[in-house]
Design a binder for this molecule. Structure first.
Ligand code: FRU
Length: 327
């Protein structure tokens, strides 16, 4: 009979599609492979706050020892999260926040810092801090968007020569931003810098620039810095993005904090994951390091497979032995 799990963790994701969310889930599963006592139930809200609230309430009804949430939009998802918290269920916010202070811990990057870093780095990138700027935003109600925006605006204050001439809502997606950006760049053909709230939108921005024969003239900064073809590190290496501000998905960190909470060990309420600027000066080193990590991870998985096969052999031999002894 299957052993009943010691801990039931519910994970309400705003969406599970896209490489960044996949990396987050991989991180969670990697950490979980050390904790067979944990049962994880994941839900996918498909970028819909109403659905996410329903899913959270259902997870809670099913019985939970801890809830992890990455809210699509801060405000609209807050009531269901507060209800869970009020019932005594520890709540861990991952990457995005609700509009409330009623949660147990936050794990994720500092999005204010991400925005500030983009402004500071962008000013340096231009040589002299002067020129027109376009900001491409994520989903309006999500905390990552408002914090990145706020940080960027604050960071630009010290560079009065840098003027934001257009804000484009990209909804975190490459395809959503294209028509709006096309219009913005047609109206402002002298734009010198684009800050895209993630690399996917930065990649889309580059394509729009290409279409308008502006590629190479406009500097583009993205966020995420993921490994993989067509992702941040690769885009910087190919000169499509001038820089990507690293924003770690933090799956492992989230699970480690969740286990501390469940095991009544000391933990921090705010767990900020560090960021760095990935640009032409460090991208090769980073690429080599991440390749190395990937091959080590591959080795670990091979060893786990081997262990599992050994365990299976051992179990079947035990059965034979038991059979021999009892006949
Ligand atoms: C993925 C994503 C990332 C971004 C993060 C912000 O869903 O859009 O690209 O950095 O969410 O919450």
């Amino acid at each position: 009979p299957a052993k009943t799990p010691a801990y039931r963790i519910g994970f309400s994701q705003c969406s599970t599609s896209g490489p960044w969310r996949e990396a987050m889930l991989n991180g969670i599963n990697r950490e979980l492979s050390f904790h067979p006592e944990v049962q994880l139930r994941t839900t996918d809200a498909h970028d819909n706050s109403d659905l996410q609230q329903q899913q959270i309430r259902k997870l809670v009804q099913g019985g939970l020892d801890l809830l992890i949430v990455s809210p699509y939009e801060a405000g609209p998802v807050t009531p269901a999260v507060e209800e869970a918290y009020a019932q005594g269920i520890p709540v861990l916010l991952l990457d995005r926040r609700t509009a409330s202070q009623r949660y147990t811990a936050y794990v994720g990057g500092d999005n204010l810092e991400v925005g500030q870093t983009a402004a500071r780095y962008g000013a340096r990138l231009l040589g002299r801090p002067q020129g027109e700027v376009v900001e491409i935003l994520g989903t309006p109600g999500s905390s990552a968007t408002s914090e990145r925006h706020q940080g960027f605006a604050e960071g630009l204050k010290v560079f009065p020569g840098l003027r934001v001439v257009a804000q484009v809502n990209g909804n975190w997606q490459e395809k959503t931003l294209k028509p709006a950006l096309l219009a913005a760049l047609r109206a402002h053909p002298n734009v010198a810098l684009i800050f895209a709230h993630n690399d996917a939108m930065g990649r889309g921005a580059y394509e729009v620039c290409q279409q308008l024969r502006l590629a190479g003239k406009v500097r583009i900064i993205g966020v995420d810095g993921l490994v993989g073809k067509g992702e941040g590190i690769d885009l910087v290496q190919r000169g499509i993005l001038d820089a990507s501000i690293l924003y770690s998905p933090g799956g492992e960190d989230a699970m480690r904090t969740a286990l501390k909470i469940l095991n009544k060990q000391p933990y921090d309420k705010e767990n900020t994951l560090g960021t760095i600027v990935i640009d032409s000066t460090n991208v090769l080193t980073l690429q080599q390091q991440t390749d190395k990590m990937a091959s080590q991870q591959h080795d670990i998985e091979r060893q786990q497979g081997l262990l599992q096969r050994l365990r299976a052999t051992y179990a079947s031999q035990q059965t034979i032995l038991y059979g021999l002894l009892t006949t």
